[in-house]
Design a protein around this ligand. Structure first.
Ligand code: ATP
Length: 240
């Protein structure tokens, strides 16, 4: 579904990604792990057209994304929930969802709103409220719901549980499972590596802009380097 090959991204003179390769199959959940600054957000931003690659290829359902604008990439079926949510805090919940639907034909918007409210009932209750008055968890739900308004088949999620209490984090992870059960593929950047590897079938590990490990989540979870660096476990113990 998504194929990234030899992707290089440069910010000024800084090389943020160097030869990154990854793929996501239809309906899969794939996670991207790595320390701060390793290039996870940049990878998502390159896929959704927010930064232009200096080299390499990004193909989605056979189309070359590097030739498309960010809006055209959304229209092609990719949704992006950026780190930090970036919702419009002075707009109401409903207005935020309407912004997410600005490319959707007007006659389809009511059904999309209903689908969003079915997934996140709290957003229906709060639809007339300013988004800035929502809790962190509710704002994250709004950011995800907004990205779903265009009915993407691939959702890019950047640190959805960042700053959330454990209960809300579990709720968000449950939501990701439900979205995926509806057939949406997910490329997940998540600081909680343990949760990410539980949710995802496969993963990639980035270090200073390069993929240093890739494989099935079950295999990554027992890799001594990954256990030590990302799971906070000693590298020689067997899986709990
Ligand atoms: P984090 O978990 O902290 O968000 P990350 O793995 O998502 O980290 P990126 O945000 O993709 O990493 O950053 C990769 C590298 O590119 C870092 O060295 C970062 O400082 C640099 N970088 C990111 N955005 C920019 C920018 N707009 N201009 C210049 N350098 C940038």
């Amino acid at each position: 579904m998504l194929e990234v090959e030899n992707l290089t991204v440069v910010y000024g003179r800084r090389r943020a990604l160097e030869g990154v390769a990854l793929n996501v199959g239809p309906g899969e959940i794939v996670t991207l792990l790595g320390a701060n600054g390793s290039g996870k957000s940049t990878t998502l931003r390159a896929i959704s057209g927010l930064v232009r690659p200096a080299g390499g290829a990004i193909r989605y359902e056979g189309r070359d994304l590097a030739r498309l604008t960010a809006d055209a990439i959304v229209a092609a079926g990719i949704g992006h929930v950026p780190e930090g949510r970036e919702i419009f805090t002075d707009f109401t919940v409903l207005e935020n969802l309407q912004v997410g639907a600005h490319t959707v034909p007007a006659r389809d918007v009511p059904a999309r709103l209903e689908a969003a409210y079915a997934l996140f009932p709290v957003l229906r209750e709060r639809r007339r409220q300013r988004a800035g008055t929502l809790s962190g968890g509710e704002q994250q739900m709004l950011a995800i719901a907004r990205a779903l308004m265009t009915r993407p088949r691939l959702l890019l999620l950047d640190e959805p549980s960042l700053g959330l209490a454990p209960r809300l984090m579990r709720e968000i992870l449950g939501v990701i499972r439900r979205i995926n059960a509806d057939g949406v593929a997910v490329l997940l950047v998540e600081q909680n590596a343990r949760a990410a590897l539980t949710l995802a079938a496969r993963g990639y590990v980035l270090e200073t802009g390069r993929v240093v490990a890739a494989g099935r989540s079950a295999d990554l979870a027992v890799d001594p380097r990954i256990r030590a660096a990302y799971l906070g476990l000693s590298s020689d113990r067997v899986i709990p």
